[in-house]
Design a protein around this ligand. Structure first.
Ligand code: ZN
Length: 154
């Protein structure tokens, strides 16, 4: 089977559009930490074509990342989506007989990662933590040290 990340230029004549519609194992992202990993496939769609001067790759992708909730530490699936990304490369600059979009796709997905994750956008334990913090703040009002200062308490 051919590599799903690779587009061969000799199969792309001017005016032809090569459709991309595939589901790829997330292994290529190659991140497997306890606080960040990928278990869902990456769905990719889009197309590749050449114009007079350029190679054009148009990508949509979706998957989800597993990240611990910043409040309760339970793993949360964070959906990641890339919509309508375009990559163009002048044909004159292309030295290889194929284009491998693995690196581009990996980078696009990683850029989409949120800095913090939280259960369904609002951790059920946030309330408990908030009331704990209010007590702490009262008990400790004389000092300015407030370790969870940047948590948004809704
Ligand atoms: Zn949580």
């Amino acid at each position: 089977m051919s590599d799903p990340f690779i587009i061969y230029f000799d199969q792309l004549k001017e005016g032809d559009v090569q459709r991309i519609d595939t589901s790829l194992s997330s292994e290529f992202i190659d991140i497997n930490e306890t606080d960040l990993f990928f278990k869902e496939a990456v769905k990719v769609s889009g197309e590749a074509y050449v114009t007079d001067d350029d190679f054009v790759l148009h990508l949509n992708a979706s998957t989800s990342a597993e990240i611990p909730c910043s409040v309760c530490n339970r793993l949360v699936s964070i959906p990641l989506a890339i919509k309508g990304y375009y990559h163009t490369e002048p044909l004159a600059d292309i030295k290889s007989p194929f284009f491998d979009f693995r690196g581009i796709l990996r980078e696009l997905l990683l850029v989409e990662l949120p800095k913090v994750a939280e259960c369904r956008g609002n951790c059920p334990e946030r309330e408990a933590l908030a009331s704990f913090l209010r007590k702490e703040a009262k008990a400790d009002a004389s000092t300015h040290y407030f370790p969870f200062n940047d948590l948004k308490l809704s």
